[in-house]
Every structure is written in C-alpha cells, then in structure tokens.
Design a protein around this ligand. Structure first.
Ligand SMILES: Cc1cc2nc3c(=O)[nH]c(=O)nc-3n(C[C@H](O)[C@H](O)[C@H](O)COP(=O)(O)OP(=O)(O)OC[C@H]3O[C@@H](n4cnc5c(N)ncnc54)[C@H](O)[C@@H]3O)c2cc1C
Length: 469
C-alpha cells in the first residue's frame, strides 16, 4: 500500500487561480502541491484570453489594411493562426510547469478527486493536506439543451481558438463577451458571421445603449447580429448546419460555434464528501473559504476563480489567489469584489464596472446617471480627421461613457464605457468605483489632453451638479 503524500496546501487546478497561488506559497516556503489534469496555466494562456486577443489584434491590423479579396483574407488568416500558435507556445506548458516548480511548489499531473476520508486521490496517489485544500478547477463550456445539437458537429470557443480552419459562413450562438469577440475575429478575416442572441440585446447584463452601440459596430464589420432570436433546433445539412430560429427562419452555415456560457467545474470531483455543491458554483465567505450545502464555513477548504462564479475573469482568479495567499501567510485580507472590470476586447472595446442603472434600481438605490458621447472629445476630432485622410473604415466608431452615482452619498457605484481601447483608458473608472470615490472628487481629476479619458470629466461634473454639494 502506498503511503499517503502529505503537504501543507493542496491545490486542485493550476490555472489563473491555482498557478499564481502555488507560486506565491512556494516562494514563501510553504509546502504546496498543485494537481493539474490538463495544461499548467489553465485555459487562459492557451485556449481562451491570449489566443482570442492575439486574433483580435491581428484582425484589426488586417481590417485597417483592407479592403481585401477572399484570397487575401485566407492568406492573412493562415498567417494569423501561425502568430496565434506561437503566442500560445503551441499549447505547450513546459515553461509554465518549470516556473511553478522553480517557485518551490510541487506539481502532480492527473485528475484529482476528493475521497470519503477527506484525502484526495490522483491515480494511485493519495494526498492529505495539513492546512488547506484549494479548489481552483475553473469552469467548463455550458452546452445548451437544443433539439438536434447532439447530432451535429459544433465548435466551442476552444475549437474556434485552436483551429486553422476559417469557415466561409460561421454561425455563433450566444452574444456574450466570447460570442462577440469571436464574431469579430472571424468577420475580420472575411467569414460571413451570423451572431444569434436569445435575449433582446448583446451583453445581456450591460446597459442596453452600450449593447446597441456594440451591435452597430459589429454590423459595420459585416456581422449579421440577430437579437431576441432563440434557436429551436439544429440539424446537419448538405453543406454544414441549419439552425431553426422561430421568427427569423432557417440560418445556414458551414460551422456552428456554441458560446452560450460557462459552468463552474464542481461535478465529478467528489465534493459531496466535503458536503459541498456538486452542481453550480461553490459559495465562499470573505476569505474565500467554502460554505457547505448546509451553510457553514469549512476553515481549511477554499475555492478561487471561475468555480466560484464571481466575475469569471483571469484578473478575479489572480486576485483570489492573492487573497488566499494573504490568509495562509498570516496577513489576512478580506476579499472585496467591488470594482472588478468587465471587459470585452472588441473594437470598439467595452469596459463596465459596478452596477448598471437598472441594477441599482433593482437594488433599491436612488441612482443618478449621466452619459457623454466620446466623439465630442478633442481626441476624437483628431482621430476622425486622420481617418478620413487615410481612408480607414472606422470613422464612425462609437464611444461613450455612462456614470452611475448614488444620489444619497454622491458615490460612484457604476460606470460603462465603449470606445477605442476603452479596456485601457476606462480603467480609471474601475479604480474610482473600487475606491468608492464621490463623483465630486472624480470631477476634480485632471485628464490628459487630448486623450480619450477626457470623456470621463463631463458626466462626472454633470452628476456632481445634479447631486449638489
Ligand atoms: C474564449 C475565452 C476568452 C477569455 N478571455 C478572457 C480575457 O480576455 N480576460 C479575462 O480576464 N478572462 C478571460 N476569459 C476567462 C478566463 O479564461 C477565466 O476566468 C480564467 O481562466 C479562470 O481561471 P481559473 O483558475 O478559475 O480556471 P482555469 O484557468 O480554467 O484553471 C482550472 C484548471 O483546473 C484544472 N482542473 C479541473 N478539474 C481538475 C481536477 N479534477 N483535477 C486536476 N485538475 C483539474 C483544469 O484542467 C484547469 O487547468 C476568457 C475565457 C474564454 C473561454
């Protein structure tokens, strides 16, 4: 019988949460073992964030150099795929694994499962944790129940970001961040893309005006955006797939991409032996310790990243890793989920943070809002004049900022921005929401002239005036 392996901290999953946590604990000299069943680094560097940004950036260069013939689109696509694959190190995690072990953490490859005696099994190895078990298993693609879907081949985002195929006609189900980004990627390289969204707008939880502006931009790229369009069935056709959408008709494509969301990976892990949820997200307290199904907190079991379903982004998983490390290293900090930026890297890009006006109203907050059209900034005038001369197709790209403040306190509780590179310049708004800044103070901030950030000043000032001193 193999003797069980013992470690202070056992982490299941070496992704955006588990890997930096293992590294930080390893560097601090805490015996730490991380179990990974697939790639060290998780989905982000290989099949999610990084390849999608690589293709978006390249697609943008390609579009600006256009217009193109189909042959030119295809040649550019082949080149872009090569750059993408080099950027993601051809999905080889050797370097990531080396970084992890040189930080002092142990790595065990395999699939971890919690056992009835509170140990964890990986193949023939039994592991016991002395101080903490950290569940950092991420999320899996959620496949909707759609009549016929099990009979047709379809892509997930992972396929769409690993393939070298560029379909002539691509049908995307799901108008969330991933569906919108991948629609832009493929349309940039000449695919005819139809984006089908069941709800009344893209980005269902963000403000309707912003989603409408994004839909206009995607439309200008040639994407056929269909909202309030719920697929009823799908079947194989002679040349691909046919999606039946009541009220719209039959949509034909060479490929179908399912991008309808992700689901926390809690099933099949043996979590029932810890009295934890085996479906849906793991509930956590402010130190990211898990709550059992009966509601009490396990002092030595933590959950971080997508498996918690709290703002499923790499920056959240990184933050969770820092929070658990601080707890285990003694300088504990409570997790504060205020001000996590929600970004879509389309062009124009989207950055939203905190509450939308609708969410504030639902929460019973008396909120005031102000919106400003970024095309009124000096930067926009400079860009538009240049664009007209250089013939680039983006002169009409929208840009706008909306701020939401609590009337009672004047505190900025939410913000939404869309515009060129809004993912970067609107980050100031995430800081302001997280710092619980009053709009009066935000209105006193100096913004570099002539930068896009100047779009923040007018609505901040308008809100300060509306609210009064
Ligand atoms: C197409 C796409 C684009 C995205 N773009 C962005 C972006 O631009 N910016 C951003 O911030 N976020 C983006 N995300 C989200 C981001 O990828 C996730 O939020 C992030 O990876 C979550 O980190 P995690 O550690 O929770 O999970 P992961 O990074 O997925 O890591 C979980 C790890 O656990 C392992 N695992 C699971 N179960 C077991 C088990 N039983 N035993 C052993 N190992 C196990 C998995 O193999 C995996 O490696 C994107 C996601 C997708 C799909």
């Amino acid at each position: 019988v193999n003797r069980p392996v013992e470690t202070d901290v056992l982490i299941i999953g070496a992704g955006s949460g588990g890997k930096p946590l293992a590294g930080e604990l390893g560097r601090a000299g805490i015996p730490t073992l991380v179990v990974e069943q697939a790639l060290v680094g998780g989905e982000c560097p290989y099949v999610a964030c990084i390849p999608s940004k690589s293709m978006l950036v390249q697609g943008r260069h390609h579009v600006l150099a256009g217009p193109h013939t189909d042959a030119q689109h295809r040649a550019a696509w082949t080149q872009a795929v090569d750059v993408r694959d080099r950027t993601v190190r051809h999905r080889d995690d050797t370097h990531a694994a080396q970084v992890l072990t040189s930080d002092g953490a142990g790595l065990l490859r395999g699939r971890a499962q919690v056992q009835p005696d509170r140990s964890v099994r990986v193949g023939d190895t039994t592991i016991r944790w002395r101080r903490a078990l950290v569940i950092a298993t991420g999320s899996a693609v959620a496949i909707p129940s759609l009549d016929g879907l099990d009979t047709v081949p379809y892509w997930t985002s992972e396929d769409a970001l690993s393939t070298d195929e560029r379909p002539d006609r691509l049908l995307i189900m799901g108008g969330g961040p991933i569906g919108c980004e991948l629609a832009q990627v493929y349309a940039s390289f000449g695919s005819r893309v139809t984006l089908v969204q069941s709800g009344p707008q893209l980005l269902s939880r963000e403000p309707a005006w912003l989603a409408a502006a994004l839909a206009v931009s995607l439309g200008e790229l040639g994407i056929d955006v269909r909202t309030s369009a719920t697929a009823a069935s799908v079947r194989a056709s002679a040349d691909g797939v046919a999606l039946e959408v009541p009220g719209v008709g039959t949509l034909h494509a060479d490929r179908l991409l399912v991008a309808t969301g992700k689901t926390p990976r809690t099933a099949g892990l043996g979590l029932e032996h810890l009295d934890l949820a085996t479906e849906g997200p793991l509930a956590v307290d402010e130190r990211l310790r898990v709550r059992t199904t009966s509601g009490h907190v396990l002092p030595d079991v933590f959950a971080i990243g997508d498996v918690t379903a709290i703002a499923a982004y790499t920056h959240t998983a990184n933050y969770h890793a820092r929070t658990v490390a601080a707890h285990l290293l003694g300088s504990g900090l409570d997790a504060d989920h205020t001000g996590i930026p929600r970004v879509v890297y389309t062009d124009p890009a989207v950055l939203c943070v905190g509450l939308t006006a609708d969410q504030a109203a639902e929460g019973g907050i008396d909120a005031v809002t102000a919106r400003f059209d970024a095309r009124e900034t000096s930067r926009s005038a400079v860009e538009r004049t240049a664009q007209r001369t250089w013939g680039s197709p983006e002169a009409q790209r929208p840009g706008a900022v909306e701020l939401v403040a609590d009337r009672a306190t004047g505190i900025l509780i939410g913000a939404s921005a869309i515009g060129p590179e809004a993912d970067s310049w609107a980050a100031e708004l995430a800081l302001a929401v997280r710092a619980r800044m009053r709009v009066h103070d935000l209105a006193q901030q100096l913004h570099a002239f002539p930068s896009w950030t100047e779009a923040i000043h007018p609505p901040a000032r308008e809100l300060a005036e509306k609210i009064g001193p």
